[in-house]
Ligand binder design. Structure first.
Ligand SMILES: Cc1cc2nc3c(=O)[nH]c(=O)nc-3n(C[C@H](O)[C@H](O)[C@H](O)COP(=O)(O)OP(=O)(O)OC[C@H]3O[C@@H](n4cnc5c(N)ncnc54)[C@H](O)[C@@H]3O)c2cc1C
Length: 555
């Protein structure tokens, strides 16, 4: 397989390959959906190219609740197929990346006046376990009031009746996307970020190639392929408009906001999924040094490229939290960071945002353009399979004989792989000792590095040790940056601080601390001139501002 390393330093070679090939499949959009399709198609033997106009996962795929979940609430809408598919996918994804898809027990408090009583909750969770094929140890348990309070002492003693205790998985959506892309690249897919699809060119009314702009060099490039898929999430209808194939089936965008507190402000002992007065449910999830809470679900018609949190979003979530945990008395000043993302759902007349189905749907236009919309992070593998099967229906006879059966259920998402939860725990333990020897006493760092880079942390630590100057923490950040530039197509400050490390959301103070040293190293790696440095810093400042401010209205 003629693969070029997945490094931004080999960008020119990637662009040459992209321009000089005729692919079987070009994927527009580098979120989780596009990434999943790239891996499914490349591993089965198709010649694949994927382009992303911004950074990978910069759309919805870095703004989710970061759960690989069966979708308990979809039971309420009788979406049995969706619950079953999501439920069974969770277990598969956990085996493919146990450091990145991590079991997470969820507590569902039952309160006076809550949506469900004890019997209904017990029954619902039992059906959920059955549909998700949950193993014996992980099956739901119903807890009495005392046991529920023991699990989470911050709950309101006065109105608490008991709790349901069940299993979910947590992840990092952007890391998941990037790891899948790295694997697709290892199977020969040509993948590039900052390359925007601008228009389609047709022969005999069928798409023959696409015209793109490379935002790094500002060059126009043409990409040729037999098939084209748009996996552009919230942008799907814009691409369908360019193809003049937008019809009565269209997207319905809803916005979801999460807010992040320093852990000590909302020190819950475990993840909680709780009722809100309007009948919706909200998650509160401890993660590293923080606890995050979300999400909202409101109709959206603002700017797709700048989705922000409004004052009413933050107030909605604060009322929800203070209602469930009255002793914490949180205010907007306690919020450390936030993010807002768009759900690319399929419109259904007369339905409220929360009632719209999360099912995915594939549209095939007369020009041959295949678009996929809807869906969830959790179902990316199955969605990818359905898209590639759609492509294969029209592929030439000679080619089809060479196509393998799908086997993404056995491709580890990170190599070298950690292959069980036990291996992950033991690796974190080893890292803790190594980090102590290196001079890092913060116990959070070992689990952060493991959940972010998996066993590739070994390379990062080795690199950090080879850097002669600077305090240990700074040397580690420089080594993380080195890894992300050399192995993860990191082009910009935001790629590093937002999608590769998650610092903007979960360790925002560290950005202020390390910004200068990261700018200095990136300037050296990429030979940035003064204008580029200013542009990079400005973009980072805007992201920092949006993550810590609340607007009156959408952009
Ligand atoms: C608030 C919220 C919470 C959620 N929580 C969960 C959860 O906990 N679990 C779960 O399973 N799911 C969850 N979801 C759903 C899940 O996040 C989405 O279904 C998924 O991320 C969508 O991915 P995507 O790849 O389809 O879209 P995106 O991630 O938006 O990717 C589309 C990409 O296409 C690119 N693009 C657009 N136009 C072009 C062009 N012209 N040229 C090149 N590239 C282009 C964009 O830049 C973008 O990166 C949540 C969603 C939201 C909004």
């Amino acid at each position: 397989m003629n693969t070029i390393p997945f490094s931004v330093l080999r960008r020119t070679a990637h662009l040459e390959k992209i321009q000089n090939s005729i692919f079987d499949l070009v994927i527009i959009g580098g979120g989780i959906t596009g990434a999943g399709i790239a891996l499914e198609a490349a591993s089965r033997g198709l010649q694949v190219c994927l382009i992303e106009m911004n950074d990978f996962a910069s759309g919805t795929s870095s703004k989710s609740t970061k759960l690989i979940h069966g979708g308990l609430r979809y039971l309420k809408q009788f979406e049995i197929g969706l619950v079953h598919e999501s439920g069974t996918e969770r277990a598969i994804l956990h085996t493919l990346a146990p450091h990145l898809v991590v079991p997470e027990k969820m507590l569902l408090p039952l309160t006076e006046g809550g949506s469900y009583g004890k019997t209904l909750t017990s029954l619902g969770l039992m059906v959920y376990d059955f549909l998700a094929d949950v193993n014996e140890d992980d099956k739901r348990k119903m807890l009495d009031k005392n046991k529920t309070l023991k699990k989470e002492p911050l709950l309101d003693d006065e109105f608490l009746l008991g709790g349901g205790y069940y299993s979910e998985y947590r992840t990092d959506d952007a890391r998941l996307t990037i790891e899948i892309l790295k694997q697709a690249s290892a199977f020969g897919a040509a993948i590039i970020n900052y390359c925007e699809m601008k228009s389609f060119n047709y022969t005999d009314s069928k798409v023959e190639n696409i015209e793109c702009i490379d935002h790094i060099s500002n060059e126009r490039i043409i990409i040729k392929s037999a098939h084209f898929v748009s996996a552009t999430g919230p942008w799907v209808d814009i691409i369908r408009k360019k193809d003049v194939s937008l019809n009565h089936k269209r997207l319905h965008l809803t916005k979801g906001v999460h807010i992040v507190f320093p852990y000590e402000k909302l020190p819950i002992k475990q993840s909680i999924y709780f009722d809100v007065n309007d009948g919706r449910m909200v998650f509160a999830i401890p993660r590293g040094k923080t606890t995050y809470v979300g999400t909202t679900d409101t109709n959206y018609s603002g700017d797709l490229n700048r989705v922000v949190t409004t004052i009413s979003d933050v107030n909605y979530l604060l009322i929800a939290i203070n209602g469930m945990f009255p002793s914490v008395k949180l205010t907007v000043d306690d919020v450390e960071s936030n993010w807002a993302g768009l759900r690319p759902l399929i419109h259904e007349d007369g339905k409220d945002p929360s009632e719209l189905s999360r099912k995915d749907e594939i549209f095939v236009s007369d020009s041959g353009l295949i678009s996929i919309a809807g869906g969830k992070l959790t179902g990316y593998r199955k969605m990818a399979h359905r898209v590639v099967e759609t492509v294969l229906k029209t592929i030439s006879k000679e080619k089809i004989d060479d196509i393998k059966e799908s086997f993404t259920d056995s491709i580890p998402l990170v190599t070298p792989a950690l292959n069980s939860s036990e291996a992950v725990a033991s690796y974190i333990h080893t890292l803790e000792k190594q980090l102590l020897d290196f001079g890092i006493t913060d116990s959070f760092y070992a689990s952060y590095l493991c959940s972010t880079f998996g066993k590739n942390t070994d390379f990062i630590l080795e690199k950090a040790k080879s850097i002669s100057f600077g305090p240990p923490q700074e040397r580690l950040v420089k080594a993380e940056l080195w890894y992300c530039v050399h192995y993860e197509m990191t082009n910009t400050l935001a790629d590093f601080f937002v999608r590769r490390t998650g610092s903007l959301y979960f360790n925002i103070k560290s950005i202020h601390k390390h910004l200068d040293v990261v700018v200095m190293d990136m300037t050296q790696y990429f030979n940035w001139d003064a204008d580029r440095i200013i542009a990079e810093k400005n973009q980072m400042q805007q992201l920092l501002f949006d993550a810590t401010h609340y607007y009156e209205t959408e952009f």
